[in-house]
Design a protein. Structure first.
Length: 400
């Protein structure tokens, strides 16, 4: 069962983006690993005698707790559940005006926003031509309204109430503190530091998955958390930060095989129209990561591309060629609160990365829908490995 989760920051939240002692940047979303630890702590406090239930939820992979991303301004706790309303990272192929960036639907009366365009179809068509025909890229150089250059556009997005794509954003701030001398109990000479945080009142949304056999008990547990206690997540919790309140979870329908097939067929048809005679394959399968994907290679390292052999190993889907990709690599670190030790660092394919693979035969659509639900790679219960097959963003967002 999928659940649409919405949450609100009661106090500022902070999640360290790495181990660099010279930088105190925070992540701009609530990571699933922090949610997993907070819910496990809440379960031990609220249900100390339900040890088997605890193991099912948090140790045996009975629930996958996806990241919670900054929600759209229109989202409220009472909104109708719709999986596309769950916020997600903007794909790396998104482009917007360098001078007036942003979705038009989010523009206020006093603002100018010249829209967002996705470039995946154009770049894939260029790749299919052997990088010889730049015609599909002609409209990706300058903004059609003001002539300024188009630039990459990052952040989070989702569909608003009016079925329009819009951006979600959590306001950030920082505090400045003086270091305290342990010997004197007073300010320490020459030590001044800042802490980045996400502001109190920020709204977040995302999708979680729970096994059908555990759904009723998991919903009861979330109801207890909603009524009786906020979650404590992130760092600086002893200084009053990190209080996150969950809204009532709303069940949403899982992606069906027919829906996945229809989206892949739509993307293939649209790419054929853009690429013309250069599109010589039967099917084109676009995969967009909506969370960091950790892909161990079995030899102590990590894969950094979703190539046909990797996809065959992970999902059993046979493809012939990696047509195009837009990828970023991110170092993932963390803290094990039980062992009180750092987690081993891992290299992950960053959220928002996009891959287009070609296939000569249609995949098993039912198996592909199941694979999409399960995700890719390691540490999936902590929110890693979430992938969307044929995200509608790639053909719907045109100067949106």
């Amino acid at each position: 069962m999928y659940l649409l989760i919405q949450a609100r920051a009661e106090t500022p939240l902070g999640f360290r983006a790495g181990r660099d002692e010279a930088r105190e940047e925070t992540l701009s979303y609530v990571p699933g690993s922090a949610l997993l630890g907070a819910l496990a702590t809440a379960h031990l406090q609220l249900c100390p005698d339900r040890r088997d239930e605890f193991a099912d939820f948090f140790l045996r992979g009975g629930a996958y707790l996806g990241n919670l991303y900054p929600a759209l301004p229109e989202e409220t706790a009472g909104a109708e559940a719709d999986e596309l309303r769950a916020a997600r990272p903007i794909p790396r192929t998104a482009r917007s005006c360098k001078r007036f960036p942003g979705f038009r639907s989010a523009a206020r009366a006093s603002e100018q926003r010249h829209g967002v365009t996705d470039a995946l179809l154009a770049w894939s068509a260029f790749a299919l031509s052997g990088a010889q025909d730049p015609t599909p890229l002609a409209k990706l150089r300058d903004c059609p309204e003001c002539g300024q250059p188009l630039d990459s556009y990052r952040g989070f997005c989702g569909r608003s109430e009016g079925a329009e794509w819009a951006a979600g954003k959590a306001e950030q701030g920082f505090t400045t503190r003086v270091g305290i001398s342990r010997e004197r109990g007073a300010s320490s000479h020459g030590i001044l530091y800042t802490r980045d945080f996400l502001r109190a009142g920020s709204q977040f949304s995302g999708r979680w998955w729970v096994h059908d056999d555990l759904a009723d008990s998991f919903l009861r547990f979330l109801g207890s958390v909603h009524r009786e206690m906020p979650l404590r997540v992130g760092h600086n919790r002893t200084r009053g930060m990190g209080k996150l309140v969950l809204g009532e979870p709303a069940p949403v329908e899982a992606d069906t095989a027919d829906a996945v097939q229809a989206r892949v067929a739509r993307f293939t048809e649209t790419l054929r129209a853009v690429a013309g005679s250069h599109a010589r394959h039967a099917w084109y399968l676009p995969l967009t990561t909506i969370a960091d994907c950790i892909l161990p290679d079995g030899a102590g390292g990590f894969r950094q591309l979703l190539t046909p052999p990797v996809l065959l190993e992970e999902w059993g889907v046979a493809t012939t060629e990696l047509v195009y990709c837009s990828v970023d690599i991110r170092r993932v670190s963390g803290w094990n609160g039980v062992a009180r030790l750092p987690k081993p660092d891992a290299l992950a394919v960053a959220m928002g990365s996009v891959f287009v693979l070609a296939a000569e035969a249609p995949p098993d659509w039912k198996a592909l829908a199941t694979d999409q639900a399960c995700g890719l790679g390691a540490r999936r219960p902590e929110g890693f490995g979430a992938v969307v097959v044929a995200d509608p963003f790639h053909w719907e967002v045109k100067n949106a």
